[in-house]
Design a protein around this ligand. Structure first.
Ligand code: FES
Ligand code: FE2
Length: 466
C-alpha cells in the first residue's frame, strides 16, 4: 500500500483517492468520509496539523502559571501563561516515555512535573531537568534544549487563543483572509473586549467530527425543518406548521464565505423577527444601534463599537448582523437573540470547537462569551440563555446533536457508504448593490455555497502533503 500521508495524491488501501471521495464536478462527497479510519489519519496530518485551531480564551488563564489542557485535533496540548505574561502552547506528552504531563484540566503551576519519573517543564515548555540531577537521568545524548516540549505557533485574536503546528505556514491574517472584516465585527466591539463566562461546557458525541463541522459552515436550510419547533407558535419567528415553508422564516439574507472555508450568515434585522416589526428601520445606523444593539451589547457599549469598527462594519452590524457561522475547520459561531416567553429578547454569544477523538467520536467544547464591561445582570442572563439554547441539552442544539451520530452510522453499510452528500443547490457569488464588505457573497435564500466552500478548502488541504 502506498503511504497515504506522505504522498500528494493519497490512495487508500482499497485504491480509493481523494477525487473518488469528493467529486468537484458534481458537488458531491462520499458518505464514506464520515467514518473512514484511514482518512482520519490523513486528516490529522493534513488538516489539523496544518491549519490554525481555536483553543480557548486568554481570560481563562489571567495569571502567570495559569494553564488549561486542550487539544489540537488528536494532539493534547498545555495552554499556559508564562512568567512574563505571554501565552504558550506545548505538546502535553512527556518526551521521556510518552506519559501525559498535565493530568489536570486546569490549574496554576510554574513547574509541570510528569507523574511517571518526574521530568519537569516550565510553562513555556522548556525542560528543567529530571530528579536527582547528579545522576543525569536524561542522559547526555540530547541537550536539555532538545528535550523541551514541541511548541505550537500562537496567535491571540482579540483574546481568542489560536495555535498551529505549521510554524512556517500561513500567518493568522492569511488564515482569516477576507473573513477578518466580518469577524472583527463580532470580537472587537468594546474597549475592554470579551471574556469567557466560566470554563467551557464539554460533551463527547459519538460521531465523526465532520458531521458537525460541515454543518457549522453555515447550513441555514436545516433550521427550517430540524429546528421547526423554534419557529412555530407564538414566538418571534411567528410561523405555524401550515405556513412555515411558505414564510420560510430566517431563510433570506446574505451568506458570506471565503476561500479559506470560513462563513457567516447575516440576517436583515427588519425581516428577521416579527417582534421588531414596529421598529423604524429607516433610521440611521447610530439610531438603529441604540434602539436595538447587537447581541451582548447595551446602548452604552454600542457607542464604544464606533471606536473599533469602520462605518461600513457598523452599517452591517446595524442592519445585517452576522449571527451564525463557522471558521474552518472546526469552529461554530453563534451571536443571537432568542425570545423569552414574555416576548422580550435575550442574547447569547457562544463559540464551539469540535475536536476529533478518533474517527467515530468528537469532543464538543462550548465557550460562552460576554463583553467584559457588560453589566453583571446581562452576563448572568447571557450565561443562562446560552446554556438553555446551545450545547447538547440546549433547546437549539439538542436537535443538531441528534443528527450527527445518525449520519456517521449511515456510513457503515457497504451500500450506504457509496452514497453521496450533495451540495448542488448553488446560488453563485454575487455582490449585492451597496454591500460594503469583501469576500464571497451569496444573497437571497440560503443555499449550499458556503458549505461547498468548506469542502473545497478541505480538498485543498487534503491534496497537500503534511
Ligand atoms: S514518562 Fe515522563 S518522566 Fe518518564
Ligand atoms: Fe442547527
Amino acid at each position: 500500500m502506498q503511504d497515504p500521508v506522505g504522498s500528494d495524491n493519497f490512495v487508500l488501501s482499497d485504491g480509493c483517492t481523494l477525487d473518488d471521495l469528493i467529486d468537484l464536478e458534481m458537488n458531491e462527497v462520499s458518505l464514506r468520509v464520515m467514518s473512514d479510519p484511514e482518512l482520519h489519519r490523513i486528516e490529522m496530518e493534513r488538516v489539523f496539523a496544518k491549519t490554525w485551531l481555536l483553543l480557548g480564551h486568554d481570560s481563562e488563564i489571567p495569571e502567570a502559571g495559569d494553564y488549561v489542557v486542550r487539544s489540537m485535533g488528536e494532539d493534547p496540548v498545555i495552554v499556559a501563561r508564562g512568567k512574563n505574561g505571554e501565552v504558550h502552547v506545548s505538546l502535553n506528552v512527556c518526551p521521556h516515555r510518552g506519559m501525559r504531563i498535565c493530568t489536570a484540566e486546569t490549574g496554576n503551576a510554574m513547574v509541570h512535573r510528569c507523574i511517571y519519573h518526574g521530568w519537569a517543564f516550565r510553562p513555556d515548555g522548556s525542560f528543567i531537568g529530571a530528579p536527582i540531577e547528579k545522576e543525569q537521568m536524561h542522559g547526555s545524548k540530547r541537550s536539555k534544549d532538545e528535550l523541551g516540549l514541541p511548541k505550537a505557533r500562537v496567535h491571540l485574536y482579540h483574546g481568542l487563543i489560536f495555535a498551529t503546528w505549521n510554524v512556517d505556514g500561513p500567518s493568522f491574517e492569511e488564515f482569516l483572509g477576507t473573513q477578518k472584516f466580518y469577524l472583527d465585527m463580532l470580537f472587537k466591539r468594546t474597549d475592554a473586549g470579551q471574556e469567557l463566562l466560566g470554563p467551557p461546557q464539554r460533551f463527547i458525541i459519538a460521531a465523526n467530527w465532520k458531521t458537525a463541522c460541515e454543518q457549522s459552515a453555515s447550513d441555514g436550510f436545516h433550521t427550517l425543518t430540524l429546528h421547526r419547533s423554534l419557529m412555530v407558535g407564538d414566538g418571534p419567528m411567528g410561523s405555524t406548521p401550515e405556513t412555515i415553508y411558505d414564510q420560510a422564516p430566517g431563510m433570506y439574507g446574505v451568506d458570506i464565505s471565503s476561500t479559506e472555508g470560513h462563513s457567516l450568515r447575516c440576517m436583515p434585522m427588519d425581516k428577521q423577527f416579527t417582534s421588531f416589526a414596529g421598529m423604524d428601520f429607516s433610521q440611521d445606523d447610530d439610531a438603529l444601534l441604540q434602539a436595538l444593539p447587537p447581541p451582548g451589547l447595551t446602548p452604552e457599549l454600542a457607542l464604544q463599537a464606533k471606536h473599533h469598527l469602520s462605518p461600513e462594519q457598523l452599517h452591517l452590524l446595524a442592519t445585517n448582523p452576522p449571527q451564525v457561522g463557522g471558521m474552518f475547520p472546526n469552529v461554530l459561531i453563534i451571536y443571537i437573540y432568542v425570545a423569552r416567553p414574555d416576548g422580550t429578547m435575550s442574547p447569547a454569544l457562544a463559540l464551539h470547537t469540535y475536536q476529533p477523538r478518533g474517527p467515530g467520536k468528537f469532543e464538543f467544547f462550548n465557550f460562552i462569551l460576554a463583553e467584559k464591561d457588560a453589566p453583571e445582570e446581562l452576563k448572568r442572563d447571557m450565561l443562562e440563555n446560552a446554556i438553555r439554547q446551545t450545547g447538547t441539552s440546549g433547546m437549539i442544539e439538542q436537535d443538531d446533536a441528534d443528527t450527527w451520530p445518525q449520519i456517521m452510522r449511515s456510513s457503515y453499510g457497504p451500500k450506504a457508504r457509496k452514497s453521496t452528500l450533495k451540495y448542488q443547490a448553488i446560488a453563485g457569488h454575487e455582490i449585492p448593490d451597496g454591500w460594503p464588505g469583501p469576500g464571497l457573497i451569496y444573497e437571497g435564500f440560503t443555499k449550499d455555497d458556503t458549505q461547498w466552500n468548506w469542502w473545497l478548502n478541505y480538498h485543498r488541504l487534503m491534496s497537500t502533503p503534511a
